[in-house]
Structure formats: structure tokens, C-alpha cells
Design a binder for this molecule. Sequence first.
Ligand code: SF4
Length: 379
Amino acid sequence: MSDEIKLSWKGTLTSKSISLFVGIVTEKKYNNGQIEIKLEGKNFEKNNFESFYLSTVELNCDNSISYIQELSDMEIGDILSVKDRRVRSVYREGSSNNFLFATIRCNSNCLMCSQPPLDVDDTIENYNIWNYTIDIMVSSPKHLTITGGEPTLLGNKLVILINKLTSKFPDLLITILSNGRMLALDSAIETLDQVSNKRNVVFAIPLYSDVYKQHDHIVQAKDAFHQTCLGIHKISSLGFPVEIRIVLHKLSNPRLLSLSKFIHMNFPFVYHITFMGLEIIGYTNANKSQLIEEQSPHSNDNLLDSLNFLAQWKYNVSIYNTPLCHLPEPLWKYAKQSISDWKNGFKEECQKCIKKDDCSGFFTWNLKSATALPFLHEK
Ligand code: SF4
């Protein structure tokens, strides 16, 4: 069933409220089935370096949070933030799917947003968390995703973090999940031109239709289509690789082939085109009637035509977050296993499926309503 990894925890704060602490796990002790974690890091309120403790039982010391359930996912080398009585995972040492959360703010409001934006300025806090996290990260990750909200709203701070990361870890590959709208602005392009290792930083930008009104409706923002198309050209002209992402749903499915031809005509330089399964979380739940097709979950004929068209022109194309039993066999070669290990899971029926090892499974939050159709024999 679900293998979802916990990314945030709550407990009882022993000391007075803490505005922000960021630290690295240096000890993990087991005692009669209970777990105690020691962090060493920075208290941003006091601007000093200290230890902080987390436990599944009561702790009688300052700088600690007691009665946290499920500390087993935390490992030595992981980096966590503490604010009041809430603990969040910032960086998981053993994971190949780490992400830098830039901001909860966004300048779009997509119908299927999995992380609905808030009008809260968290940019300085997130910048502080990551500026210090990069200092204490021990080993180089292979890949890091920068996400939000809209990461480009961090402005110059985003460039500082990227340059600090790539200077400490020269082989690191970074993917920025951006709606691309800010990239139409000369001021944003001038700022991003300061990134020193552009070839290692991919901009992954969604485009949902070749019809401007349709794209603008899906992202709930006027002029978004034109801004994003211009942004794709401008950011690519700086030397950043560009990936175009298309989320599969009732509004995007009917024009997938037209959109693929539009991408071929206007953005032949993109290095990757990805088709993504829909996450039933966040705004999608409120917009199900607009987004979910009852009869034909992924309009497979349109998807097959689109992928055949793009593959014939030698584009690098992939399908993410869609299980093999929901795709016709000719599309299996494009299906990639998973983008994020912490949010994919399998149903009970999947255990007997002979394709499980090659399959992405389902988003853990889609599992309840998902239908698995296990393959019991090779065809
Ligand atoms: S039954 Fe499960 S493992 Fe098999 S293809 Fe479907 S989702 Fe994947």
C-alpha cells in the first residue's frame, strides 16, 4: 500500500516558542522502542549555534519537542527546520528526490494546483532556511528540484541560492518548476543571467494548450499564454535547457496533438517534453468536473498520436505519474517510473502484478479512488 514518507511533524514544545531553527541530524537513539533525535544547527532568533532535541516521549530539557509520532523516517545527515512546535523536512540525505521550496506565493492560480498558493511573503524565511542548509549539507545530491509557488518570485535570492549550490556541488543538476510568466520580463531575465552554471539548471515550464484562451483559463491568469511563450524563448536564449510539461486532464487532452505541433513549430529547441498524470489533491478536488474524464481517463488515442508525432521528430518525450495499466502498450516505452519517491504508492492488487517493478504506481493521495488492473501473465 502507501509508502508515503513523512515531511512534517508536530509535538509538544518544551522551551519557549522558537521562531526558526535549522539543523542537521547528528544522532538517532533507540530506547525501548522510542526514538530520540539530536540536531545541531542555527537558532535564527538568537543568531547562535546550538543543539535541539526531538523525541517520541517526554523530554525535560530546553530546546526540545516531545511526543512526536513517527520519527523513524529521520536519518543522520537529514536537515530539518523547527518553527514553534512544527518540524519540517528540508533535505533528506538518502533521497534522490530533494526539493528546495522557494515560496508559497504564485502569480497564477491553476485549476489543478497541487499546492494552492497563499498571499504570504515567506521568501525571506525560505531563503534563510536554504542559505544555511547549503552550508551544512554534507554530500552532493545528484539532482535538486526548486519548487513553490512560483520560484522566480524569489528574484535575486534565487540566483544567490543557485550559485551557492552549484559552486559547492559543481555536478549538481537543478530543475526549476516555473510557470514561465516572469521570464517574459527583461528585469527577471537580467537577474537570471547572473546564474553561473546555466547548462546544469533546467527550467520546467507547463504549457497546457496551443489556444491562448484555453491555457489562460487552466492557469486562471489573463495573458499567461503569451507571457509563458515569450518566457520560454527568453530563458532558452540565455542558455538554460527548457523542458515543457503538460498535465493530462479533460481540458488539455482534446488538443494534445495540436499542442505538440505548436511546440514543434515554436520551441524546437526544448530538450524534453513531459506528459504528467493529474494529481487529485489541492485545487483539483474542487475542480473535478472540469478536469476528470469519467470514460477516458487519459484520452489515450490523443496521447499516442502526440507522442508518435514528437518521437518521429526525435524529441525526448516522457510520461510521468501514470501507471502502466492505464496506458496502451505502445506508450509504455515513454512511461517513467517516478519523479518523487515520497509521493508514489501502490494498491494491494499491485503486489501480484508482473509489471510492478517497471511501473510508477499512483500518487499516494490518489490511491483510494484509483483503479489498478494488474497484469498476471506476459502477453
Ligand atoms: S496493477 Fe499496479 S503495478 Fe500493475 S501496472 Fe497497474 S498500477 Fe502498476
